[in-house]
Design a protein around this ligand. Structure first.
Ligand code: GKR
Ligand code: MG
Length: 436
């Protein structure tokens, strides 16, 4: 079996005005959908970051992909890395302190390989008539738990104004509880993540406390300000939220860099506060993991197949974390159902997945979904592995065409949350770290 065609579809999907320490989400998020066809009539699909950069990088590997046997993935990994050295495994070299995942040029090789790998695994699954999670070593769970990913947001549903604003404006603790309740009712999530680094720390502490009061101690809470806090503020918040973040919760990337996180951990432990620290900002490549462990800066690594280099690399990461006594969770950015299923398959096949995964999926809509049959369904906060071979989902070509049309109409080709913030919220806004 050989790959005979590589098709790339750049699409735009509505995204509400979500806030984070990076700034504001644009009304449209960009994605690239990859289709691979084989000479014996199989098609494999994947979904990755959008815009010009990720697409150009995929174009560059076309010559290696066409004619390739989809089973020979390690060879492609080598070729991509030989063609263009990214220096990506240098500790700290791919830090996401200043650039959101998918926007760091040093992510490029892993990001590009991942998009091809996932489509090849979809083909392999179809060829051997097995779900992808069983192709990559076998599932340890039939359904994967996800968390309710709460954002502070401005009013609006994103896109061209014709999208529902399900959650309204959410810029204080009580509206965050409302947002959470709606999300929990619809999806049944059993863990909660608050994207913080947006309001004054006192208001974010109050939000977490209000969530604890509303949902009780059986629902673990995590808070992620994407490095908006200084070491001192991180320690103060860790102390204030000692009880709320215990029992399966965590403090994610409170401040920048492994050294800062290590200091936060030391100071919290000296006060007998054992809240684990998680990261998808300071730990983004294998080179970062042993250092994070040596500094005791991170106890939980957030994997993400889209920039860690695909499903197999995430499994290696799971194993490495297990060997080093670290936990594993999963990071997410705006995405549709093809990514949802890739994340679900790999999470099902990671024995050391110790927390529910993040997903932005509740922030996207049925209107933009590109998989046949509509959106992926959740039960009790989890997504089940379909019984169909491969990823278990197929493209809806009419919906895909609508996504391409939207992409052709919009004026930007790169995510820029800082520019959006200046355009819509505060003309003088700058990303200052630490902000508090
Ligand atoms: O979408 O604004 C966002 C998030 O803040 C995202 O960009 C982060 O990468 O979800 C992320 C995280 O956990 O750090
Ligand atoms: Mg994070």
């Amino acid at each position: 079996m050989k790959i005979s065609a590589l098709k790339l579809h750049s699409i735009a999907i509505a995204d509400p005005p979500l806030r984070s320490s990076y700034g504001l989400h644009a009304p449209w998020a960009l994605r690239t959908v990859v289709e691979l066809e084989t000479d014996d009539g199989l098609t494999g699909i994947s979904e990755t970051y959008g815009g010009d950069g990720p697409r150009a990088a995929l174009e560059q590997v076309r010559e290696h992909v066409i004619g390739m046997d989809p089973f020979r993935l390690a060879g492609l990994y080598l070729q991509i890395n030989q063609d263009s050295r990214s220096g990506g495994d240098v500790p700290g070299g791919r830090s996401q302190t200043w650039l959101v995942p998918g926007e760091n040029p040093l992510d490029r090789n892993n990001r590009t390989f991942a998009a091809i790998e996932i489509a090849c695994l979809d083909i392999i699954g179809k060829a051997v008539r097995k779900p992808v999670c069983d192709v990559i070593g076998g599932r340890v769970r039939d359904a994967v738990p996800f968390s309710a990913y709460l954002f502070y947001k401005h009013a609006g549903g994103g896109g061209d104004g014709r999208y529902d604003d399900k959650y309204g404006e959410v810029l204080d603790p009580m509206s965050t509880v409302r947002e959470c309740r709606q999300m929990m009712d619809e999806y049944g999530f059993r863990e909660i993540k608050l994207k913080a680094g947006v309001l004054e720390p006192a208001a974010e502490i109050e939000t977490i406390r209000a969530l604890r009061d509303a949902f009780g101690p059986a629902v673990p809470l995590r808070i992620d300000p994407n490095c908006a806090w200084s070491v001192d503020t991180s320690v103060t918040i860790g102390e204030s939220l000692r009880d709320e973040l215990s029992g399966g919760g965590y403090l994610e990337d409170p401040c920048a860099a492994l050294e800062g996180m290590g200091e936060v951990r030391r100071r919290l432990l000296s006060k007998r506060i054992d809240t684990p620290l998680a990261s998808n900002v300071a730990v983004t490549s294998f080179g970062d993991v042993p250092r994070a462990r040596d500094l005791d800066a991170v106890q939980i690594v957030l994997s993400d197949p889209h920039y860690w280099g695909g499903l197999r690399q995430v499994q290696y990461l799971s194993h490495l974390c297990q060997v080093l006594g670290m936990g594993l969770s999963m990071h997410s950015n705006s995405h549709l159902g093809v990514s949802m299923m890739a994340m679900t398959h790999v999470a099902a096949a990671c024995p050391n997945l110790t927390y529910a995964c993040d997903t932005h999926y509740p922030w996207q809509t049925e209107q933009d979904e590109i998989i046949q049959g509509g959106r992926v369904r959740f039960q009790n906060g989890s997504v089940a592995i379909p019984s169909k071979p491969g990823l278990g989902v197929e493209l809806d070509y009419d919906q895909l065409a609508r996504g391409r049309e939207r992409y052709d109409k919009i004026p930007f080709r790169k995510r820029d949350d800082e520019a959006e913030m200046r355009k819509h919220v505060d003309p003088n806004w700058k990303r200052v770290l630490p902000r508090w």
